[in-house]
Design a protein around this ligand. Structure first.
Ligand code: HEM
Length: 484
């Protein structure tokens, strides 16, 4: 819409006077026939949509994914079809626990959501800047998130609630260690790595399945804020990361990430699990690079700011369920929960036809029998809106075609593996590779909230640090003492 177009109602009727309402006499009252004023007030009252239940504060940009290495041995997905091939993309980075107006520099994981507009439909990789997550079963997610949000009575964030949850979920220790390390406060969105976090799968032309983990290494270099600087910026520039990303792209300083993959066969993972005791589909665990080296795949670049934040960033609707032929899921329990969660959230947050919006619409021809609902835009035109029953396999190019059957076993039940699993070694391994200064920052960053929690919770959490590494527990105790 050009700034020169005469001001009009939403229906295009030109408006002569946008400053003075129609009144009976100079002092009012206002007449109901001032339709323009009424429409203006009504639309204003409806400007907000529900914010995302998590990851409410975020920044988005468009870009390009370029293939630099041939991975066709693992996937038949066409976006990886040739070295040099480019695919348009959209990315949204975010914090997790805060509201839409919260500070960008909060200690929090950062969302790292990527969309690839491929010729076979949209592929969304909805990851974080951390390779692991706090919990391993989707059924725990609402409880966990409630502890990150505000207390129902005081409406305050509460370290007691957070550590009450974490101290009873030792599988969170790995991610808690990352969160309270220097990486918990990245210096904007350009200076952090991204991860698909879950184990995903790939299917090649021969119908073979490999399991993979995605890595996005920042070409800008990792840069973090100290806890003190992050806190200061929360006050003086709560939109620090938005300003940094938008500004960099606006001046042509395009951020880039090297896209890398870890790849393993089912048999390799089974052998690794026997050797290490770690479930390769548990999102609280990494696959160490020494066991599964990363291989280069391509470059992800962001090079265009959205024109309109609400239309393109706020209404963006990513879903881990969106994979294209040649890419697939894994038996990860958390991932399975997420495959349901996102589209459901967006049906409520954005609307029944959220995939019709330009930022969400596929950029390849698409065709289905879903029709009508609020705000249907193209709605299938005059095409048939029903399917007739057809023999299986009538659509040989579709999602799932050529995928080998996945053998599953076990009795359907609520299986509680807690206590039997090793939730401490990987957190300890991470702790041990930190420099002395990074360890001290971790101790201090943990001591700040832990100095406010109930003793029972504190003792339980200290026990987890001890189990990861006695020096970890000792360091946090010393930092607590120094604050007392
Ligand atoms: C079972 C566990 C989880 C559930 C049920 C869940 C659910 C959700 C929901 C409902 C949203 C809001 C979606 C929207 O309104 O558009 C969301 C956003 C998001 N989640 Fe999760 N989530 C889970 C775990 C994770 C994990 C493990 C990661 C990363 C590895 C992650 C990364 C994200 C990101 C990056 C966003 C923001 C997407 C955007 O920028 O629009 N989530 N999640």
């Amino acid at each position: 819409m050009s700034q020169k177009t005469p001001l009009s109602t939403a229906s295009g009727i030109p408006i002569a006077d946008n400053q003075n309402s129609v009144t009976a006499g100079a002092r009012g009252p206002v007449l109901l026939q001032d339709f323009h004023m009424i429409e203006k007030l009504q639309h204003f009252n409806r400007e907000r949509i529900p914010e995302r239940v998590v990851h409410a504060k975020g920044s988005g940009a468009y870009g390009t994914f370029t293939v630099t290495h041939d991975v066709s041995a693992y996937t038949k997905a066409k976006l990886f079809g040739a070295v040099g091939k480019q695919t348009p993309t959209f990315a949204r980075f975010s914090t997790v626990g805060g509201e839409r107006g919260s500070a960008d520099t909060a200690r929090d994981p950062r969302g790292f959501a990527l969309r690839f507009y491929t010729e076979e439909g949209n592929w969304d990789l909805v990851g974080n800047n951390t390779p692991v997550f706090f919990i391993k079963d989707a059924i725990n997610f609402p409880d966990f998130i409630h502890t990150q949000k505000r207390d129902p009575q005081s409406n305050l964030k509460s370290p007691n609630r957070m550590f009450d949850f974490w101290s009873k979920a030792p599988e969170s220790l790995h991610q808690v260690t990352i969160l309270f390390s220097d990486r918990g406060t990245p210096d904007g969105y350009r200076h952090m790595d991204g991860f698909g976090s879950h184990t995903f799968s790939m299917i090649n032309e021969k119908g073979e399945r490999h399991y993979v983990k995605w890595h996005f290494k920042t070409q800008q270099g990792i840069q973090n804020l100290s806890a003190a600087e992050a806190e200061r910026l929360s006050g003086v520039d709560p939109d620090y990361s938005q300003r940094d990303l938008f500004g960099a792209i606006a001046k042509g300083d395009f951020p880039r990430w090297d896209v890398q993959l870890q790849v393993a066969t089912e048999a390799e993972l089974a052998a690794w699990e026997v050797r290490t005791g770690w479930n390769p589909f548990d999102v609280t665990k990494v696959w160490p690079h020494a066991d599964f080296p990363v291989m280069p795949v391509g470059v992800f670049e962001l090079n265009r700011n959205p024109e309109n934040y609400h239309a393109e960033v706020e209404q963006a609707a990513f879903s881990p369920a969106n994979v294209v032929p040649g890419l697939g899921y894994s038996p990860d329990k958390m991932l399975q929960g997420r495959l349901f969660g996102y589209h459901d959230a967006q049906l409520y947050r954005v609307g029944t036809n959220h995939q019709h919006l330009p930022v969400n619409a596929a950029r390849c021809p698409y065709h289905n029998h879903q029709r009508d609902g609020a705000m249907a835009i193209e709605n299938g035109g005059s095409a048939r809106n029903y399917a007739t029953l057809e023999a299986a396999g009538s659509h040989p190019v579709g999602l799932g075609n050529g995928e080998p059957a996945l053998a599953l076993d076990g009795a359907a039940a609520r299986h509680d593996g807690r206590g039997a699993e090793d939730d401490f070694s990987q957190a300890g391994n991470l702790f041990r590779i930190l420099t002395a200064q990074a360890k001290q920052n971790l101790f201090d960053n943990l001591a700040a909230p832990l100095s406010e929690v109930d003793d029972e919770i504190l003792q339980r959490q200290l026990g987890h640090f001890d189990r990861a590494d006695p020096a970890y527990g000792a360091g946090v105790r010393a930092a607590l003492k120094a604050r007392a």
